[in-house]
Design a protein around this ligand. Structure first.
Ligand code: SAH
Ligand code: SF4
Length: 320
């Protein structure tokens, strides 16, 4: 930056670094999804995934190395929390993705990486300060200038932080719902023991910025014979009454060691239909990147498991 004075440059060199996370591996799925394993300077690793669509695409960004929560169907939940990512490491994931696709000078309308979902490894609301700092840099017109309308943050239900997401960031909210009764949600998403369903839905009812144009997404993983009955669908529709909501049905993505199975497609279809009959949009998410263990809930970066993962990756592609 030769336009700055020598003293300013010396000061910047002392206090700042310009760096990217190191790319350890990069895998490309048969369906076009791409997964990066990224290493920080202290050797910790996280994964990010890009999911291309026809005319746009979402980058799935991680917020923590591992996760403190232990949702029973989530692969990341089997890895203990090592540490929170810094804002720099969170923004770094987007920098690496943009580098890969050569998107720094292309006009916004032509960019493949059009959206960001905070749905990678970790619970973003347990690292709110760094996540907020990162998203503010990403949204800043002098930063990466991505609109808040193109950003969605997913939480397992850290109720006291939800209002802050709306007030401070104004990004889209996704809630990992997954069950309609507290006894089952306690097992699937154990944070429910602290913040049960009624408290979670109250926070959604008053989420700043939710409207019929910007609905809250309720993610619901379809687990065979666990949470996929028609009665569950009816109850979900009842619970979501009065909330600007849509539901995203996620066929369960398998991982080594899990005993859960994905609900059969007709069961998912029937579940979706019941929600539609109750005026709720409920698309079924098409699994992406399963062949490289890049689909929802499959991310994990503990080095000791790498060999197991790579040997099972191809068999996972055949599931469902
Ligand atoms: N920690 C945050 C965001 C990351 S997980 C959260 O829990 O919301 C992103 C989404 O994938 C969540 O809805 C999560 O519940 C879901 N998920 C986790 N494991 C999954 C699996 N094996 N198959 C399908 N979805 C899964
Ligand atoms: Fe953590 Fe989210 Fe996985 Fe639960 S679903 S263990 S909160 S990453």
């Amino acid at each position: 930056m030769t336009t700055l004075s020598k003293t300013a440059r010396a000061k910047l060199t002392e206090t700042h670094v310009i760096e990217r996370p190191e790319i350890v591996t990069q895998q490309l799925s048969q369906d076009g999804a791409r997964k990066w394993l990224l290493k920080s300077s202290d050797k910790n690793t996280v994964e990010s995934v890009f999911i291309p669509e026809e005319d746009r695409g979402a980058l799935c960004v991680s917020s923590q190395v591992g996760c403190t929560l232990t949702c029973s169907f989530c692969h990341t939940g089997t890895q203990r929390l090592i540490r929170n990512l810094t804002a720099c490491e969170i923004v770094g994931q987007l920098m690496v993705a943009r580098d890969t696709y050569g998107e720094w000078s292309s006009p916004p309308a032509n960019r493949k990486i059009s959206n960001i979902v905070m749905m990678g490894m970790g619970e973003p609301l347990f690292n709110f300060n760094e996540v907020a700092k990162a998203l503010k840099i990403i949204m800043d017109p002098e930063g990466i200038a991505l609109s808040k309308r193109r950003i969605t943050l997913s939480t397992s239900g850290v109720v006291p932080m939800i209002k802050k997401v709306g007030e401070e960031l104004g990004v889209g909210l996704a809630i990992s719902m997954h069950a309609v009764r507290d006894d089952l949600r306690n097992q699937l998403v154990p944070i429910n023991k602290k913040y049960p369903i009624d408290q979670l839905l109250d926070a959604c009812r008053t989420y700043p910025g939710a409207s019929s144009a910007r609905r809250i997404t309720f993610e619901y993983v379809m687990l065979d014979k666990v949470n996929d009955s028609p009665a569950d669908a009816w109850e979900l529709a009842r619970l979501l009454k009065g909330i600007h909501a849509k539901v995203n049905l996620i066929p369960f993505n398998r991982w080594p060691g899990t005993s859960y199975k994905t609900s059969p497609f007709p069961v998912i279809k029937r579940f979706s239909q019941i929600l539609n009959d109750n005026k709720l949009s409920a698309p079924i998410r098409v699994p992406r990147g399963r062949d490289i263990m890049a689909a929802c809930g499959q991310l994990k970066s503990a080095n000791e498991d790498r060999s197991i993962l790579s040997s099972t990756a191809s068999t996972n592609a055949a599931v469902l």
